[in-house]
Design a protein around this ligand. Structure first.
Ligand SMILES: NC(=O)c1ccc[n+]([C@@H]2O[C@H](COP(=O)([O-])OP(=O)(O)OC[C@H]3O[C@@H](n4cnc5c(N)ncnc54)[C@H](OP(=O)(O)O)[C@@H]3O)[C@@H](O)[C@H]2O)c1
Length: 304
């Protein structure tokens, strides 16, 4: 049975220097003691938050930290999180960070009786027949990155225990780690008058990284005990739709956006990994829309 969130007085969040990790730390430190793990130093500070510099490719150090601190919940976001980053590492290192470490956290959670939440990706789906439900969905990740995430999922399932795999959608919000995400790149380009080409036939259900932690708390508070869940926003959008929304909200020139067809290229990119989010919607959780988020985000940027 799933634990109610109020039981999680100590939470370990991996990847606390990254986009999702930062928002998880900011949100969950209102309720629990947080231990954050990544290789770099952290730039945030909260009264209930301790950061540990740790390379998760060293599985002995994972075991040392987990056995010494015994968190009740581990949210594992640390990873080489996209194809560009993956290409900078050897296949062995990719396996160690994205796959072996994930299995190790799952195994140690099982050993100490903790719940394990793993950040996977929408890109494990095959991209040919979205929107996907977890129960009836073919998996066929195309990239080295998404293939490593699927291997991690399988390893976690093999280990068992109290685990939940979240298939996270393409995410937006403040990354704050020096690496611009797709949305920040679009805002930057459009606001400085640079033209952009975006696919009008590639679909996602973009996730607000600021609100994802609240959605996870909602799931935990509602006795969430599914082993695999999709976590995306409620809007199915093409990259072109996303760019248009940003231009509309920001008052930027829409003429800067050129639609391109993925189907007319030879690129090996998933076409439609939008996800069905009815279970979350029907459970009463509300996300703000991309338009609402961008109104505030662009206003803040314009003021700064
Ligand atoms: N952002 C998206 O659109 C998206 C979409 C789908 C799924 N996801 C998944 O969600 C998770 C979080 O994504 P994100 O966008 O927040 O990623 P991110 O900003 O790149 O952050 C990744 C984090 O992992 C840490 N990390 C990487 N290698 C490590 C290592 N060897 N040891 C310890 N920490 C390590 C990084 O810190 P250091 O480099 O300092 O160690 C960083 O804190 C990832 O698992 C990703 O696959 C993200």
């Amino acid at each position: 049975m799933a634990l109610h969130n109020s039981h999680f007085t100590k939470i370990l969040i991996t990847g606390d220097a990254g986009m999702h990790g930062k928002h998880l730390v900011t949100f969950f430190s209102n309720f629990s003691t947080i231990i954050g793990v990544s290789r770099s130093k952290t730039s945030v500070s909260f009264p209930q938050y301790q950061h540990i510099e740790l390379d998760i490719s060293n599985i002995d150090s994972i075991a040392r930290v987990m056995r010494a601190l015994k968190p009740q919940l581990v949210i594992h976001t640390a990873a080489l999180s996209n194809e560009n980053i993956i290409k900078q590492y050897s296949p062995e290192k990719v396996e160690a960070i994205n796959v072996t470490a994930s299995g190790e956290f799952a195994m140690l959670c099982k050993e100490i009786g903790a719940k394990f939440v793993f950040y996977s990706t929408d890109l494990v789906y095959d991209g040919n027949c979205g929107p996907y439900r977890k129960t009836d969905s073919p998996l066929n990740p195309i990239s080295l990155y998404s293939q490593s995430k699927l291997r991690a999922e399988k390893l976690i399932q093999q280990v068992g225990g109290n685990y939940s795999i979240l298939r996270i959608a393409l995410s937006y919000g403040e990354s704050g780690n020096g690496q611009k995400n797709f949305f920040e790149f679009m805002v930057e380009s459009l606001s400085s008058g640079k033209p952009i080409s975006v696919f009008s036939d590639q679909f996602r259900t973009p996730l607000n990284a600021h609100e994802a932690p609240k959605a996870i708390k909602h799931l935990l508070d509602n006795d969430w005990d599914e082993n695999i869940l999709n976590l995306g926003g409620y809007e199915r959008m093409s990259r072109f739709d996303m760019a248009h929304t940003i231009a509309e909200v920001g008052g930027f020139d829409k003429g800067l956006i050129t639609p391109q067809l993925l189907s007319e290229t030879t690129l090996s990119i998933a076409k439609d990994v939008s996800m069905n989010m009815d279970y979350l919607k029907n459970s009463g959780f509300a996300f703000s829309t991309l338009e609402e988020f961008n109104k505030n985000y662009i206003l803040r940027l314009k003021r700064s």
